[in-house]
Design a protein around this ligand. Structure first.
Ligand SMILES: [Zn+2]
Length: 195
């Protein structure tokens, strides 16, 4: 999509939206879910779910990587999760992995020499392979395993565990197939019990 079209749409946006919608949104937010996914441009959470403004509190990271909980460290990711779970008290968390993921590719050997920050980010949370391995270009199996690893990372957050145990919060693992548009819920992605 051309940048000029993006600018035109942004200018038209206030005209297309009703005043009532604006007043409702300005009054505050009570999102249905914290939606954690990759920064990949091919994933549009509102298009996948049909979510209206105010429904999804989004956290997008390179490779939908979720750092383990470390109370002595601050990160944008941990702060966003804390705000959604403790501050906004969202009742659902959706972690959405995807096929054809560049970060998952890097975790399986794709070269990152020209992306030192990405390499540092991924190696901080995962052990990077020494050599390139032969893999399916869609990376479906690898991406689903990667999703499970992120769900395990969420289990290290004490305030998430507390609210899950209290029956106030559910955690869902989704896997979005870029090619088919399917949204899968891998059976093993029930880190906190049935979805
Ligand atoms: Zn990705």
């Amino acid at each position: 999509m051309d940048i000029r079209r993006l600018i035109e749409r942004a200018r038209e946006h206030p005209i297309r939206r009703s005043k009532d919608t604006g007043r409702t949104l300005a009054a505050g937010q009570q999102p249905t879910a914290l939606f954690i996914t990759c920064a990949d441009s091919r994933i549009v959470p509102a298009a996948i779910t049909g979510a209206e403004p105010g429904s999804l509190f989004e956290l997008r990271t390179a490779g939908n990587v979720i750092p383990e909980y470390r109370p002595d460290e601050c990160s944008s990711e941990m702060a966003t999760i804390e705000f959604a779970v403790v501050g906004l008290r969202v009742p659902e968390i959706i972690v959405c992995g995807h096929s054809h993921c560049g970060a998952v590719s890097a975790l399986h050997g794709a070269a990152l020499d020209h992306l030192p920050t990405m390499r540092g980010w991924l190696s901080r949370h995962h052990r990077l392979p020494e050599a390139i391995t032969s893999i399916d270009p869609a990376l479906r199996a690898e991406g689903q395993q990667h999703l499970l690893n992120q769900l395990r990372a969420l289990e290290t957050y004490p305030f998430i565990q507390d609210r899950v145990r209290a029956g106030e919060l559910r955690v869902h693992g989704w896997f979005y197939d870029i090619e088919t548009g399917d949204v899968l819920t891998p059976a093993a992605a029930t880190a906190f019990g049935p979805l």
